[in-house]
Write a protein that binds this ligand. Sequence first.
Ligand SMILES: Cc1ncc(COP(=O)(O)O)c(C=O)c1O
Length: 382
Amino acid sequence: MEVVGRPLHIPFNRPFFSGNEFEFIQEAIKSWQLSGDGAFTKKCHAFLERELGAKKALLTTSCTHALEMAALLLDIKPGDEVIVPSFTFVSTVNAFVLRGARPVFIDIRPDTLNLDETQLKRLITPHTRAVLVVHYAGVACEMDPILQIASEHGLAVIEDNAHGLFGKYKDRNLGTFGCLATQSFHETKNFTCGEGGALLINDPQYIERAEIIREKGTDRSRFFRGQVDKYTWVDVGSSYLPSDILAAFLYAQLESRDCIQSRRRRIWERYDSGLKQWAEESGVKRPSVPAHCEHPYHMYYLLMPSLEKRQALISYLNSRDINSVFHYQPLHLSTMGQRFGGKAGDCPVTETVSDRLVRLPFYNDLTEEEQSAVIMAITGII
Ligand SMILES: Cc1ncc(COP(=O)(O)O)c(C=O)c1O
């Protein structure tokens, strides 16, 4: 089918302003507090704790940094092993490798593209300390069996919930299952401040130390609360807290939760219905969302029949000025992954999915006209 009229440029992602970003930034500036943990940071913390039911939320400069905090909080040491999907962003694993951990890569399920919980037990050794779960596209991992196996073996579960803010598993919010969980507010996420993240703490034993690690290893948070009369160096740490200017931007987005999520839902559902027949006829798989999972409409992807067909689709869409992108390359086959012994065939589902997955343009103000152009271009190709 031909797309008529002047071709539109349709990027893969476009930042979205929900309305109050500039006003809140001005407020932060006028309050003379530009550093971290100002009024807007506190508002974001309260919002996340209230809406998710997490015991404590701490904004961080990125999800990567929240993951680094998690590795520090668990006291990960050289020789420890962490089980992690090969199909994830490098930060999920790098944060733990930085502390000397050895990654043990687990394959994913072919339906949700989440770690395959049936393979978990056989990868556990006496050195295993943690299981890192990633809710791909915000669709929940099978948390019941994962938590059961982890508790039988005394392992920590950390949720990398970069994609999954406001997603649910059996009616409970993602980010509240692991002892620790991490969020991303990078520009490509549903809610953003450009670069940012959060650590969610569900096991209260980690709260006090998390505040210290985030504040350069000092008890400055206790000092600001008036609990000590001076602050000092008490532990290892770094500077993981964002400026209140970023928090002001983020808070404007978070308070627009309903508007943002309903826009994204409309876009996701329109892709899914508009591409259903074509996908069925072309051997293309659409995202699979189990009935007990509510996802936050983070991304829309297609699994093409082959690498060649995936590349052809990306090139064709590019030629129409529509940017679609592939996603994670298998970590066990990366340069670093191979140093840890990864080799072809270790995670066969990951290997084929990485070759075949394509993500379609998806942003909060993608217009109907733009989305129609994408759908018509795709359904017209094969
Ligand atoms: C699963 C996952 N974890 C972590 C990250 C890193 O997030 P950030 O850019 O906020 O550090 C990403 C990035 O997109 C991701 O996809």
